[in-house]
Ligand binder design. Sequence first.
Ligand SMILES: [Zn+2]
Length: 268
Amino acid sequence: MDPTHGRAHAPRRWQARARALVEAALRAFCGEARALLFPQGCLACDAPAAAAWPSGLCGGCGAALPWRPIGSAPAEAPLEVGRRRFAAVVVALRYQPPVDELVLRLKYGGLAVAARPLAQALAAAVERAEQQAQQAIAAGAGEGASFARPDLLVPIPMHPWKRLVRGGDHADELVEELSACLGRPVERLLKRRRATVAQGGARSLRERIEQVHRAFAVRAGGAARARGRHIGLVDDVVTSGATAAAAAFALHRAGAATVSLLAVAGNG
Ligand SMILES: [Zn+2]
């Protein structure tokens, strides 16, 4: 028996074992990647994924999206304050099933891909608002009816320690998807000056506005990029509108020509 026989095969056995290990790791990685993209089929109801591409929603959830009429502000009204600050307010959907589930999965479940159907819905609402404004002007309405998609998109930033706790900022995912849909660039012009407490309590609108007043600042160098532009301020769910109003305040102070609020969902 050739004494080198065993040694000659040892490396091959080692290579085969290594290859098997690499293949197993790749299979696991691909499985993980697929699970990340389509964790449970439909992003809202977990129905099988076959019908879920490209929005990530199954046919039932896609058809059940609770669209809000264009041009109507959410009932909890916030935008009385906002109206003075926003050239236009586009809130695409009502915050009810399946939208609430998608938002929760995006914000707290770390499911970044849930941003896709939400951003697509918001982009569709922006396009409808543009068409509606064009029709109104063609029908003789004044320039007050005009609305065109903003020059650039600015997300409302999360406070850094909240970002740390949640492992990321869902607003980033949302605004990047929206940018791809609308063909407008993202500019992260805002930073938080301090954390704001949750707005779900029984505080009055005035108190909430004061609380977030001056909560935002424009980043160094941001004023030059904001000046004279029509900015689309992007938020996920509008409740009081006070946070968005505070963000718009900072953008106006930096010289933005107009600010429109683009939000995925709102009450009413
Ligand atoms: Zn579904």
